[in-house]
Design a protein around this ligand. Structure first.
Ligand code: SF4
Length: 318
């Protein structure tokens, strides 16, 4: 049933008005339309569209998109996420090649690949991530690769091992919110399992950059956010992202508050003091927002710190 039909008889739940700092320009540029056409032509889904990301105008104009593999139907129903829930279709065998062609055609320096949850698959979808990474290395060898994965519930260890062996540059998995809010916001997930996933990635390959993020404005308390940052540091996560949660439709979890840019700055300073190599904290920050620039800065930060000479070499365009 469509959203309009769904909502017609029910009283409209209240939605908070967005503050000025959340308003963004409508996507009308040539670059935006070219990115959109390429994604359609190659039959690729993007989280930019599925999540109704407010940054789509800026990112697609710059030919930066986050490709969502393994279909557009998710086996879970998180209260914050706009992706459809249900029984997904069969995995598309052409998808890895299509992702690689898109990266090559767009001349991307950095690509972010994410997926829906595929609890229906024996490996949780890890094999498709491996195939996409391999296809990208073959077709777009100058492109650095960032993956944003699900938690591979129950299949974590073999999935992590397989993906780490394929050698992405950045392994991202979002904690999304504080542990107290998991039962309502991420009911199908476990906070400590997500944390352990990132810890195991680092244990498997210390040279892969690990990254995780949270949405703010869901009712979390300041000290809870600090605690999550401490947990992330204990798991040796390199990069933290903090952004404002936006309610995609009235059926999703409500925004409890719009966190001001000043408060985001304060969280950013605290995160830096806690020792993250890279921090992105602002109302419009998303895991993949400015991901390429952030990756370059993170590499430089590691090189300048103590791992000089141990950083995985990245082939850059001449
Ligand atoms: S921030 Fe990420 S999800 Fe949003 S439009 Fe940019 S690339 Fe897409």
């Amino acid at each position: 049933m469509g959203l309009m039909n769904d909502m017609s008889a029910a009283p409209r739940p209240e939605r908070q008005r967005k503050p000025d700092w959340i308003r963004v320009k409508a996507p009308v540029t040539k670059g935006y339309h070219e990115t959109r056409k390429l994604m359609r032509d190659l039959n690729l889904n993007t989280v930019c569209e599925e999540a109704a990301c407010p940054n789509i105008g800026e990112c697609w104009t710059k030919k930066h998109a986050t490709v969502m593999i393994l279909g557009d139907v998710c086996t879970r129903a998180c209260a914050f996420c706009n992706v459809k829930t249900g029984m997904p279709r069969k995995v598309d065998p052409l998808e890895p090649e299509h992702v690689a062609i898109a990266a090559a055609k767009m001349g991307l320096e950095h690509i972010v690949i994410t997926s829906v949850d595929r609890d229906d698959l024996p490996d949780g979808g890890a094999g498709q991530f491996v195939k996409v990474i391999n296809a990208l290395r073959r077709e777009a060898p100058n492109t650095t690769i960032e993956i944003l994965t699900p938690d591979f519930r129950g299949k974590m260890r073999p999935s992590i091992e397989a993906i780490c062996e394929a050698g992405p540059d950045v392994f991202n998995h979002n904690l999304e919110t504080v542990p107290r809010l998991y039962p309502t916001i991420r009911p199908g997930a476990r906070y400590y399992a997500s944390l352990r996933l990132l810890e195991e990635v680092k244990a498997h390959d210390p040279l892969i950059f690990t990254k995780s993020g949270m949405m703010l404005g869901l009712g979390e308390q300041r000290l809870e956010v600090h605690q999550v940052m401490d947990d992330m540091r204990s798991a040796q996560i390199d990069f933290v992202t903090l952004g404002q949660y936006l309610q995609p439709t009235p059926k999703h979890a409500k925004v409890v508050d719009f966190v001001s840019p000043k408060v985001f700055d304060a969280y950013g300073s605290i995160a830096r003091a806690k020792g993250f190599l890279q921090v992105a904290s602002s109302p419009l920050t998303r895991s993949s927002y400015h991901a390429g620039e952030d990756f370059a800065e993170m590499q430089a930060a590691r090189a300048a710190k103590l791992d000089k000479g141990k950083t995985r070499p990245v082939v850059k365009k001449a």
